[in-house]
Design a protein around this ligand. Structure first.
Ligand code: FAD
Length: 401
């Protein structure tokens, strides 16, 4: 095919450039109420203006830009789990944040799904009253402490942190690894195995409790803003620290099902950012006297990314309807998490190629996003473990060991 631009094709480039300036290729937001559409636009505007470019420096320096979280808290992004928002609105809000920065989206998503969600679903009335007001506004931060240095994928059977009830208090001893916000959180949701009945139980622990020690994990190649930590725990807690409904691994698993689906929304937001960045570069970089966007191979790359994005968006749009009907099965959640992070990884490699040498500079966003996608491919259960859970759901046969 000739690369000479016809009037139609050159107009086509211009038209598609403007008509797709919003990257939701399927326009899922049309299903929201007018009020939720307006709220989503405010969040999108805030993160594009205050997070997207501003997060690059803190990402390089592994710093948490707390003012961005406060800004999101002021827009109600810390209370999505509690404020009656539709599932679709919650998902589109997560997309908007992930499109601007995947680390900030990881903080906000874990906050909603695993901190606020766990306390609301499993905590006592006193625990909710004490912690939720600050958490709702993102002025109080939480850490979800499940993974351990020696137990990642096998955490359900292997969890070794112990909880012993000693008269009128709990003694918690053990260590944790990869804990998001572990060094900066105000409250920790800590999972430990009760030495009396062998069940995994959940405790709510202020991080200034003596015996809570956190060490930041440095040199990550993705989610560098997220402040992951290794914890050493030797805690004495009042009886009331136990969350009344967090008395088995089934309670943890329930929350993890929702948070796996949430990673799917993150993968959509990250793919939107890859597409905007690669498309902008293709339209503005000239080689052989023409914009990169005029070359067939580059258009194929962009169209492949757009196809991955459209498929991912459609999956999550339908998943939101199923969640609304309380039909988020483990099969659906694991397929969303694993499949969409796989597609996002493929798109990250494609976008990185479109940027040429600039694709390895994190100042051009694509390398930063690619590193972040590699991290979300692993957390909330690695790709392989999510596929094994899906395989077990499909066949009724466990292939873990
Ligand atoms: C950036 C980041 C943030 C995180 N945040 C948190 C957090 O806030 N709180 C928290 O509790 N945890 C957190 N995690 C931990 C995360 O959930 C674990 O990293 C994840 O579950 C994998 O565990 P692992 O790293 O120990 O890998 P491993 O379990 O050692 O697995 C290594 C590899 O072996 C494969 N594998 C393992 N077992 C099998 C098997 N039976 N069959 C086939 N393949 C297998 C896995 O798929 C993987 O590819 C975070 C992790 C990361 C990277």
């Amino acid at each position: 095919m000739s690369t000479k631009a016809t009037p139609e094709s050159s107009q086509g480039v211009r038209t598609s450039a403007s008509s797709h300036s919003h990257p939701d290729l399927l326009d899922l937001a049309r299903h929201l109420s007018a009020e939720e559409q307006e709220r989503l636009q405010r969040i999108e505007a805030y993160v594009q203006e205050n997070v997207r470019h501003q997060s690059i420096e803190p990402w390089h320096h592994e710093q948490l830009p707390i003012d961005m979280l406060h800004g999101l808290g002021d827009l109600g992004v810390g209370e999505l789990f509690l404020d009656g928002s539709s599932q679709l609105f919650q998902g589109l809000a997560h997309i908007a944040v992930a499109r601007a920065d995947v680390s900030i989206s990881a903080v906000v998503g874990i906050h909603n799904e695993l901190i606020v969600g766990t306390i609301e679903s499993l905590g006592s009335a006193e625990q909710k009253e004490h912690w939720l007001p600050g958490l709702r506004r993102l002025r109080t931060l939480g850490a979800f402490c499940l993974t351990e240095p020696d137990h990642g994928s096998d955490i359900a059977g292997g969890l070794a942190t112990s909880a012993t009830f000693e008269g009128n208090s709990w003694r918690i001893r053990g260590s944790k690894r990869w804990i998001g916000l572990g060094t900066v959180a105000d409250v920790a949701v800590i999972w430990a195995r009760d030495t009396s009945d062998g069940h995994i139980k959940g405790f709510l622990v202020p991080t200034d409790t003596p015996g809570y020690r956190a060490h930041k994990i440095t040199n990550k190649t993705g989610l560098r803003i997220m402040q992951n930590a290794e914890l050493e725990l030797d805690l004495t807690l009042p009886e009331s620290a136990l969350m009344p409904k967090a008395t088995s691994f089934a309670a943890t698993s329930e929350g993890l099902r929702g948070s796996r689906a949430w990673v799917g929304w993150q993968a959509v937001g990250a793919q939107q950012a890859l597409l905007d960045t690669a498309r902008h570069h293709a339209l503005t970089r000239t080689q052989f006297g023409k914009p990169l966007a005029s070359f067939q191979l580059v258009q194929t790359a962009l169209a492949t990314m757009a196809g991955n994005l459209a498929v991912s968006t459609a999956f999550m749009g339908e998943l939101a309807r199923l969640q609304e009907a309380n039909q988020l099965t483990m099969l659906r959640a694991t397929l969303a998490k694993a499949t969409l992070t796989r597609l996002a990884r493929e798109s990250a490699a494609t976008a990185r190629d479109v940027l040429g040498g600039n694709g390895i500079l994190s100042t051009h966003e694509v390398a930063k996003i690619a590193g972040d996608i590699d991290a979300i491919y692993t957390y909330e259960g690695s790709y392989g473990i999510n596929m094994l859970i899906a395989g077990r759901e499909l066949t009724g046969v466990s292939a873990f060991v």
